[in-house]
Design a protein around this ligand. Sequence first.
Ligand code: FMN
Length: 315
Amino acid sequence: MTDLSVRIGGLTLPNPVMPASGTFAEGLAQAIDLNRLGALVTKTITRELRAGNPLPRVAEVAGGMLNAIGIPSKGVAYFRDVTLPLYRGWSPPLVVSISAPTAEGFAELAAEISLPGVAAIEANISCPNIEEDGRAFAMKPASTAIVVRQLRAATALPLWVKLTPNTGEIAEVAKAAEAEGADALVCANTILAMAIDPHSFKPRLGNLLGGLSGPAIKPIVLRQLYQCARAVRLPIIGCGGIMTALDAVEYLLAGAVAVQIGTATFLDSAAMPNIIDGLDRFCDARGLASVSELTGAIRHEETDEEDLSWLSPPT
Ligand SMILES: Cc1cc2nc3c(=O)[nH]c(=O)nc-3n(C[C@H](O)[C@H](O)[C@H](O)COP(=O)(O)O)c2cc1C
């Protein structure tokens, strides 16, 4: 019997599999037993009521999907009075994803939702739809540092920081979040993308640009997680294109302690319990006492001198 429990900052999860923010809501309880999950992660909430983006908000593309939902939100009061009591009915730790257009707004929201029943805060400083041109705090180490510093001062709860894969300096951004007191990182959100209908000449998303998720992004985000894992000591939660238990194993080997599942749940509502069972079988077959033994266990011969030949174009 493998021990599937994992520690993330001060929090112990019964297993390393949880939903990715925005791809799960309480309605999933009609299809699967939510008590089987490692944690429950809410859709990102904001302080204000928000309507979200124009339709269509999702489009299927090769290897995944595009979304530009735009974070519709019923606000903090609704979360506190309606959503939170509902979630108290389930046993996995509740992680609340939050977003705001300013660092002060982030801090105020973090303080407001630091309530009994909330196990951790996930700061979505990476949502590509929320700011003009998809720019987000997590694009730069300096803006990441500012917002994480304010968040850290505003809450005593474990603070998870969700990174964007749209930055060219993800390891530096990860280091900035670590330096300012984040307890864990989530790597990562969606990749800024677009699609056009060649028949109507119209963009396939009402918002024109959106975020790509699903299998297409897995090799990119896996690489980014590996780079972050080498740069920081914080626990990192892998998220991007995980459809199967073997995809989850890849993320663990690259250095993740846990994984989040998004697009896979839209294709198969039982994806998360299936991945938990698959991880259990994978570890059992290899005689691993704990799933944590997979974290960072990639076998890679390091040489003293860095081989940079791959940077040159093939001749
Ligand atoms: C429809 C949809 C809505 C999403 N909403 C949010 C959100 O509210 N907050 C957030 O941090 N990420 C959101 N995401 C991003 C996911 O949490 C996840 O980072 C991304 O989809 C990559 O994982 P995947 O390839 O397993 O889907 C959303 C993704 C999708 C597809």
